[in-house]
Write a protein that binds this ligand. Structure first.
Ligand code: NAD
Length: 448
């Protein structure tokens, strides 16, 4: 992964021929089409059979529901929910549940397709799914959030299940939401007595069927991948610096685990502001502060040592590794111009726009793609699902060790594909993922 081997994306034109065949638009600004185009580009290089490319171009199921919920003041509000099931050739659909005001069908489709790739890349027996509710969870009381969750579960209960489709936390949801989700499903499913029903969601609290290590798993996976890949660009974590965009579940854990390994976190930004310390932020104190204040803004007034910086200064901070761990498409070409690092580890899903990516690669900045970097969460979700089914619960050491093994092997698969096909790391990751899916389609054939 030395700089000399950086390969810019080889696609010149947007839009696979499959788009025309399926009557899909050719809108290069549409995130779903961008994602599928990149996947199909990798599929072409791999010479994946045409019919498999066509199947992967669209999700198997797109479920949209509207449901009323009584709010605390007595009025009823109507909510819109989504569950997209992209592909289940490898096993039940698996993917997070997002509560956010901007959730829309195309985002959910994109994230579901990425989950198909992610699960395949880390070789866990799941397909790709994703869901969400268009709402602002910060503006809901706890009782409203619980009723919204329960009503959504009842709306989609017939389409999910521990053998069918298994949601998990994502932006705006957490272990508590997963506990309400599982409880609702267990109360309304036809097979109430089944001990397996609790496996309908992962990311549950440890006291209620969750796995130790799930909360930190995505951040930990990012660090496992970095530890494996950084030496190839001549970097070592303990003597390196990073900045982290987003300080929620993924960003805060990535930052804390980076610091635990001796690296410095120079800057952090979230939706409330950005902070900086040239000697390294006390990220454990930042974490504590964010839990109490719902954002990093104001941390500079605490005695822990930090300056408030602007968004532009945040992106311009000179670091070895930049970790985007907030939302999709935040690294536009304007931001890519500002970023000053050697390596980007995509902890968030799809954080880089195609234009941003082109610019970064041209500038010699490597990008470790999200389907690799952020696969730790779904990997430990898989461990949770195994534990729910077997009723045998693992200790933290076993979870850490198994997670590390999955992440390191996935990183090596990406490196191998990169060298074999001489492509950028994102295309290599898709190739490594599609290889497993292609083999399963060949073995299974297409029914009937
Ligand atoms: P989260 O809700 O816990 O945190 C999101 C963070 O992004 C918050 O710190 C928020 O302040 C920040 N943010 C939002 N808008 C921003 C803006 N405009 N500018 C700066 N910061 C902004 O979510 P999360 O679970 O940490 O997920 C983060 C990303 O990682 C998402 O892309 C998600 O899909 C992905 N991901 C999450 C998991 C998981 O296990 N939670 C697994 C894989 C991928």
């Amino acid at each position: 992964m030395s700089k000399a081997t950086i390969v810019a994306p080889s696609r010149q034109q947007f839009g696979s021929p499959v788009f025309d065949e399926l009557g899909m638009e050719r809108d290069p600004d549409n995130l779903y089409l961008q994602t599928i185009d990149a996947i199909l580009h990798a599929a072409e290089i791999l010479e994946l059979p045409h019919h498999v490319q066509v199947i992967l171009a669209q999700p198997k199921n797109e479920i949209m529901v509207h449901f009323p919920v009584r709010m605390d003041d007595g009025h009823h509000a109507l909510f819109k929910g989504y569950r997209v099931q992209h592909n289940n050739a490898l096993g039940p659909y698996k993917g997070g549940l997002r509560y956010h005001p901007e959730v829309g069908l195309d985002d959910v489709k994109t994230l579901a397709a990425l989950m198909t790739m992610k699960c395949s890349l880390v070789r866990i027996p799941f397909g790709g799914g994703k869901g969400g509710i268009k709402c602002d969870p910060r503006g809901l009381s706890e009782t409203e959030l619980r009723r919204v969750t329960r009503r959504f579960v009842s709306a989609i209960a017939s389409q999910i299940g521990p053998d069918v489709d298994i949601p998990a936390p994502d932006v705006g949801t957490n272990a508590q939401v997963m506990a309400w989700f599982a409880d609702t499903y267990m109360n309304i499913t036809r097979d109430k007595e089944s001990v397996d029903a609790i496996g309908v969601v992962t990311g549950k609290p440890v006291e209620f069927g969750g796995s130790v290590g799930r909360e930190k798993a995505t951040g930990q996976g990012v660090i496992d991948v970095l530890a494996e890949m950084m030496p190839e660009v001549g970097l070592e974590m303990k003597s390196s610096s990073c900045s982290v965009l987003g300080f929620g579940n993924v960003g805060s854990w990535a930052a804390k685990l980076w610091a635990e390994r001796g690296g410095k976190v120079l800057a952090v930004m979230d939706h409330t502001g950005a902070i900086y310390n040239d000697q390294g932020l006390d990220v454990f104190a930042v974490d504590e502060y964010v839990r109490q204040n719902r954002g990093v803004a104001g941390f500079e007034k605490t005695p822990h040592g930090a300056d408030a910086i602007t968004e532009e200064q945040f992106y311009q901070t000179q670091v070895d590794v930049f970790i985007p761990a907030a939302l999709e498409q935040m690294i536009t070409s304007e931001k890519a111009e500002l970023i000053d690092c050697k390596l980007i580890a995509e902890a968030a899903n799809a954080p880089t726009t195609p234009a941003g990516e082109r610019l970064l690669l041209e500038r010699g900045i490597e990008i470790l793609p999200a389907i690799l970097c952020s696969a730790g969460g779904v990997t430990v979700s898989y461990f949770e699902w195994i534990q729910n089914r077997s009723q045998v619960y693992w200790d933290a050491e076993r979870v850490d060790e198994e997670l590390n093994r999955h992440m390191v092997l996935a990183a090596r698969r990406v490196q191998l594909a990169r060298h074999r096909y001489n492509v950028d790391l994102r295309t290599a990751a898709y190739i490594a993922a599609l290889d497993a899916i292609g083999k399963v389609y060949k073995l299974r054939g297409i029914f009937p």
